[in-house]
Design a protein around this ligand. Structure first.
Ligand SMILES: Cc1cc2nc3c(=O)[nH]c(=O)nc-3n(C[C@H](O)[C@H](O)[C@H](O)COP(=O)(O)OP(=O)(O)OC[C@H]3O[C@@H](n4cnc5c(N)ncnc54)[C@H](O)[C@@H]3O)c2cc1C
Length: 450
């Protein structure tokens, strides 16, 4: 039997896509920067089918690329050339919400939005949220240890994952879905899968922690003189607002781009250098507390608070439309970095000159999650100098004591710079883990490790 025959017998003829037109959307990433030809796209519908596909590939020495919603931003979900793309998007079932435990078991290919909706229908909610919610899968979120806009309150994806089931590179299945809050029985394989970017196993199911559903929300948009002001006022806002769930930064050039892309009105009568979106969510209406805190914070240039859902969506749109507006303007150099929060203003201040030095005329668009010192550095018009821009930005970040990947992962995009954030001994330890679990290097070759 050929490999393709084995794959067809594992998942059915209709779910092995070899036709170029059918493969195309699986072969290019969301940014348009990374693409490659797949031998085939295989779409299993259960853990058993995933295991059969992985076993068939292992027997043939065939490399695989694992793919969820293909919204990743570092090129880790698409083939470099010749791999089988293993798409998880048919694994979508959602188990009954376990209300006493505030947990749910779901398939890895379920979208973030579907899990959020499912949790809300049971009076609970899911702690991670981000703009790609309609397509990003919980398997992909776990594999990248995604962050998003509520890390300030609930932590990253790793903090939501209570258990996982995964198919390892030899086709064997490991399953820890019991959801025990306390379980110290050796190495934490579930946690190891968080942030493993498809290099250690194919996640097929997840046991997820749920959080209380907080129906009352208030959103504010603050105008500020600079990033330093945002960093300076945040501790006071955190102190005064126990219901604070998000604090998102963007700057004047990003706002201008978003407004022209989405046709949005100006939020204030005049433009300002920096903006901070704040969201509070609670059981009781947090509006008064937010209005009061904003009124008493020093150094604001302007502010507006939205209490109804439409107004809140309108304020969030200025921040959430950044990624799409940037992609509509060109194929950007996309870097996602973090520095100690106190050094965020210095990073924002030094970046334009560093980028200009690396590529004259390149246009930086910066925004991020201020509480975690996390800045999304997007650079348009870098053309042939993309590598130089990446190198200059990531070296500055390392000099400031930061990380070359805050929440998107390393993927293919940042492999050459892993050594700026991880020591030689750490990389050797990671490689030893990879080799132990995937000795032939069949899962996501070229992703994460040099
Ligand atoms: C508009 C927009 C906004 C975004 N905002 C944020 C944000 O705020 N914060 C943030 O962290 N990210 C953000 N992202 C990035 C992206 O949404 C996340 O990285 C998400 O976790 C990827 O999920 P996915 O299902 O699309 O995974 P994919 O893109 O398909 O894959 C991402 C990586 O995970 C691996 N993988 C996928 N599924 C599995 C699985 N089941 N088992 C093992 N490995 C797997 C892939 O091989 C790849 O390495 C954003 C993206 C977009 C387009």
């Amino acid at each position: 039997m050929t490999l393709l025959d084995a794959l067809r017998s594992a998942v059915g003829d209709a779910h092995v896509l070899t036709d170029a037109d059918l493969r195309a959307s699986y072969e290019t990433d969301w940014t348009g920067r990374f693409s490659g030809t797949a031998l085939a796209v295989v779409r299993p519908a259960s853990t058993a089918e995933v295991a059969a596909v992985v076993r068939a590939c292992a027997a043939a020495g065939q490399a695989l690329v694992v793919q969820g919603g293909n919204t990743g931003l570092v090129g880790g979900s698409v083939p470099a050339g010749g791999e089988v793309v293993l798409s998880l998007t048919r694994l979508t079932s959602l188990g009954a919400v376990d209300v006493p435990a505030a947990q749910v078991t779901v398939d890895a290919g379920a979208t973030l939005a579907s899990v959020q909706e499912h949790a809300r229908a049971a009076g609970l909610d899911f702690g991670v949220d981000l703009a790609a919610r309609e397509s990003a899968t919980v398997g992909g979120l776990t594999a990248t240890n995604a962050g998003g806009i509520r890390v300030l309150r609930y932590g990253s994806m790793r903090a939501q994952v209570m258990g996982a089931e995964a198919v390892l590179a030899d086709g064997s299945v490991v399953s820890r879905l019991g959801g025990l809050a306390k379980d110290n029985t050796g190495y934490d394989l579930v946690s190891l899968l968080c942030g493993s970017e498809g290099t250690l196993g194919v996640i097929t199911r997840l046991r997820l922690r749920l959080v209380p559903r907080l129906r009352s929300r208030a959103v504010a948009l603050l105008a500020l003189p600079d990033t330093a002001a945002a960093v300076q006022i945040l501790p006071e806002l955190r102190e005064r607002l126990p219901d604070l769930s998000a604090a998102e930064l963007f700057l004047a050039p990003g706002l201008a781009l978003v407004r022209s892309y989405a046709g949005l009105p100006a939020p204030f009568p005049v433009a300002h250098p920096a903006y901070l979106v704040l969201e509070c969510a609670g059981r009781a209406d947090p509006t008064d507390a937010l209005v009061e805190a904003v009124a008493e914070v020093d150094g604001l240039l302007d502010a507006t608070v939205a209490t109804d859902a439409a107004g809140q969506r309108a304020l969030w749109a200025y921040r959430e439309q950044h990624t799409e507006a940037i992609s509509a303007a060109g194929v950007p150099v996309k870097l996602d970095v973090s520095v100690p929060v106190g050094r965020l203003p210095e990073l924002v201040e030094r970046l334009p000159a560093v980028i200009e030095d690396a590529c004259a005329g390149a246009r930086p668009v910066l925004f991020g999650h201020v509480n975690e010192g996390n800045l999304h550095v997007n650079v348009l018009d870098a053309g042939e100098r993309a590598e130089d821009v990446s190198d200059a930005v990531l070296r500055l970040v390392a000099d400031l004591g930061g990380s070359i990947s805050s929440e998107h992962g390393v993927g293919r995009a940042k492999v050459p710079w892993l050594g700026l954030s991880r020591s030689g001994n750490e990389i050797a330890a990671m490689r030893a883990i990879k080799t132990a679990l995937d000795p032939a290097g069949l899962l996501n070759p070229g992703v994460l490790l040099p």
